[in-house]
Design a protein around this ligand. Structure first.
Ligand code: 4AD
Ligand code: MG
Length: 467
């Protein structure tokens, strides 16, 4: 019996080969006993749906049967039959059960209605629940969608380094990479750490963005995208920040601000539509269990157009809201960085749809953004989403060597490790631009989950690197 080939539950549920003998393997979701038969709902992760195993209690050792509780792992061989019960089309009349592993009553994932906060303590086991199964199947499909979108449009997948000596965002919130003995750091006369003996012979960190190297790729291959892990050491304990997250960064030669916004909008809509097309069962589950407005929200994003406006127009709307009596925690004035409450007001209350904001004051944006003729604003673009806030940050890049140097000097950015970046402006410079999409923020939106810690299998946040 045991040598029989396993069929995945997703395929069993689609089968109409009634009378055939099948073998399924998976984990017990529930086990109910009635007089003559037991019902075991088995799940193997291939789908959110369980297959029902019907066990005739007279033919199975009762002692064994009673030990099979939620979380136990089984191999079941039986006959595929049309189901009499509601909510399922097929079930398996059990002929043989092999127990791979029983699961004690102390199994932490068995109770219904456990909070996500509780489940985070069991990062190794929460994966086996329905919700996390749905989330991580969707996460997989989103990664495929992203590659498909760019591949279809002639972008090349370009790998940028994870260890870097440059600070792309100029914010300095980086994790250092070193092989130095931290108990015996070598310092110079001024007390500064000597990196000469360190592995790379200079100070290095985990990357905060692949953009700078991505720009090198775009000035060779025309249009590239990166998709990789990204690290930020900012101490942001919010439901939208991770210390380790994944970012997708397309970079395109000869693109202007309008085409860049079109690319951003097309990209997100494509991903959301992909989820609607490929993740129906999981989305329906999340819609019923997590957020009743999820499907409606996803459909409205793909069918409507995003609102485009400048930062200055946005500030005017926020000022008007204040004048009408709306209370914000942080005061509104031109030049300020928008707080999440401001972004969400514009998206959720004022426009009631995604917003693409452009032309920010240069002081609140990175050094590489293209300066407008007003000398005050830059061609940056953020995409703001309902419930998420910023999901994309991007810009047209400053391609003029002199202007770029001016920004670098104004900000006192140490450029000794970025000479190669400046060379792109020296040798055959070209207009170009790109953006970064936070993968987990996209997954937050698509799944309706509330906390970014629940859309990455093993979250890294301040004071937390368990699992
Ligand atoms: O706006 P950011 O900082 O832009 C860049 O890094 C540019 N180099 C992108 C580019 O133009 N190529 O980050 C881009 C996106 C944000 O909009 C957000 O979705 C996500 O990355 N992000 C984070 N996601 C999770 N946790 C964090 N700590 C994040 N910081 C940024
Ligand atoms: Mg940003």
């Amino acid at each position: 019996m045991e040598t029989m080939r396993r069929t995945k539950i997703v395929d069993v549920l689609k089968s109409t080969d009634f009378g055939a003998t099948v073998n399924v393997r998976g984990w017990v979701r529930t086990h109910r006993s009635s007089k003559a038969v037991d019902f075991i709902a088995l799940n193997d992760g291939s789908t959110i749906k369980n297959v029902q195993i019907v066990v005739n209690t007279s033919t199975t050792d009762e002692q064994t049967l009673r030990q099979i509780t939620t979380g136990s792992c089984l191999s079941v061989t039986g006959t595929l039959v049309e189901s009499q019960g509601k909510g399922q089309s097929v079930e398996i009349q059990c002929k043989d059960i092999k127990i791979y592993g029983l699961c004690g009553s102390d199994y932490p994932m068995q109770k219904k209605g456990q909070t996500f906060e509780y489940m985070r303590q069991y990062g190794h086991l929460r994966l086996r629940t329905n919700t996390f199964g749905a989330v991580f199947r969707i996460r997989h499909h989103m990664a495929i969608a992203i590659h498909q979108f760019f591949h279809d449009r002639g972008f090349f997948y370009f790998h940028t380094p994870i260890i870097t000596a440059s600070d792309a965002e100029g914010a300095g919130q980086m994790f250092q990479v070193t092989t130095q003995n931290l108990y015996d750091l070598k310092k110079d006369e001024k007390g500064k750490i000597k990196y000469d003996d360190d592995f790379f012979g200079k100070m290095t960190s985990l990357t905060v963005s692949g953009q700078l190297e991505g720009e090198l790729g775009a000035t060779s291959l025309g249009q590239i995208y990166t998709f990789g892990p990204t690290f930020r050491a900012e101490n942001s304990n919010t439901p939208r920040h991770l210390a380790e997250f994944w970012m997708i960064e397309p970079e395109v030669a000869f693109i202007d601000l309008n085409d860049l916004m079109d690319l951003e909008e097309d990209f997100i809509k494509y991903c959301v539509q992909w989820a609607l097309d490929h993740c129906q069962d999981d989305l329906e589950f999340l819609n019923s269990m997590i957020d009743k407005t999820l499907l409606e929200r996803l459909r409205s994003v793909v069918s409507g157009s995003f609102k485009r406006l400048t930062y200055t127009e946005g500030i005017d709307i926020l000022k008007e809201a204040v004048a009408q009596g709306h209370k914000f925690e942080f005061p509104v004035s031109w030049g300020m960085d928008l707080a999440s409450e401001h972004e969400r007001y514009l998206v959720e209350e004022h426009f009631k749809r995604p917003v693409i904001m452009t032309d920010y004051p240069k002081e609140i944006k990175a050094f590489y953004m293209k300066l407008n003729d007003d000398n005050k604003t830059v061609q940056g673009t953020d995409v703001l989403f309902p419930q998420i806030g910023e999901i994309i940050g991007g810009s047209v890049r400053e391609e003029d060597y002199g202007k770029l140097m001016e920004q670098i000097e104004e900000r006192h950015i140490p450029m000794k490790d970025m000479w190669w970046y400046l060379d792109t402006r020296k040798y055959g410079t070209c207009p170009h631009g790109g953006f970064g999409l936070g993968f987990e923020r996209l997954i937050l939106f698509v799944t309706g989950m509330q906390n970014i810690r629940d859309v990455v299998p093993f979250p890294r946040t301040p004071k937390n690197a368990e699992f």
